[in-house]
Write a protein that binds this ligand. Structure first.
Ligand code: PAF
Length: 287
């Protein structure tokens, strides 16, 4: 396994592979890898086969964090990440630094961003207004550096995956986007690097997110169609029974357009975000 931190070296290698007809599968991550990430690596390998190359990027992208968010505290453990990647059969880990990814930024001389202007306005985009601009910018840059044929994203970040698909289509990136299912802990909590913050009773309280999804599924099965406003109110009450849990949003929407629906039925997508103590968790499900 090679570890590359220069953008020029990564791009050069990707170009060599391209010229030789080698397929490139790419998994962008912010590190602190868990079983969910490794399932994305397996999905990438499946797509490109033994003769293809799998690249994982590990980069905690500053432009997707607001000044008030947890950038400096974001969990990092490169040594462990590299070991996991090696064991998973990754060919290259790309670990750029900020100066490589955003040349000139420290002196105020970085000025190009990629903005998706529709799907990113709601939910995560409403709660974290600069977040998706950072995500689309870094993913577009990574696509230009790694030159993947296939790139794999997790379903846990449902809105992010929809925005990346849209960006890829709108800007003609020759990349196939694969969205792989969310991996869960035994009690239903979606795997996330942020789960590390859930110590003591907060870990137990966090499972209310999965309970809320089950309650919504049950409500739809039982009554075929429920008003979104009623279900939102019920889920807020359910979540906030936990002493340290606070609902940020719960939305019911069309999975393709992300447009809100007034009536929730089978096939409606739900997404929700909540704080447990200071940790913000997200999850989603098709009902
Ligand atoms: O999902 C993530 O970990 C990040 O948003 C991504 C796609 C790696 C971009 O920094």
């Amino acid at each position: 396994m090679r570890i590359i931190s220069s953008t020029a070296a990564m791009q050069k290698l990707a170009l060599q592979w391209k010229r030789a007809g080698v397929k490139i599968g790419f998994v962008p991550t912010m590190g602190y890898l868990h079983a969910g990430h490794l399932s994305l690596v397996r999905a990438a390998r499946k797509r490109v086969g033994k003769s293809g190359k799998v690249v994982v990027s590990i980069y905690v992208n500053p432009t997707q964090f607001a000044p008030t968010e947890d950038l400096s505290k974001y969990p990092r453990d490169l040594k462990r990440d590299l070991k996991l990647c090696r064991e998973a059969g990754v060919d290259v880990v790309f670990t750029p630094g900020d100066a490589e990814m955003y040349p000139g930024k420290a002196d105020g001389n970085y000025s190009t961003y990629v903005v998706e202007e529709n799907l990113g306005r709601v939910m995560e985009g409403a709660s974290r207004p600069t977040h998706f601009r950072g995500v689309t910018t870094v993913v577009a840059k990574l696509f230009n550096i790694v030159l993947p044929d296939v790139s794999v994203f997790g379903q846990k970040d449902f809105q992010q995956a929809a925005i990346i698909r849209r960006m890829t289509r709108d800007l003609n990136f020759p990349v196939k986007i694969i969205v792989a299912p969310t991996l869960r802990e035994r009690d239903g909590l979606a795997m996330s690097s942020r789960n590390k913050y859930l110590t003591g009773d907060l870990r137990r309280q966090a499972t209310v997110l999965w309970c809320a999804i089950q309650v919504a599924k049950f409500a739809v099965q039982k009554s075929k169609s429920v008003t979104a406003a009623d279900l939102k109110a019920d889920l807020k009450k359910l979540i906030e029974i936990e002493p340290d849990a606070k609902l940020d949003y719960v939305e019911f929407f069309n999975p393709e357009t992300l447009q809100r629906v007034a009536q929730v039925k089978r096939g409606t997508q739900m997404a929700l975000a909540m704080f447990v103590g200071k940790t913000r968790l997200i999850d989603n499900a098709r009902l």
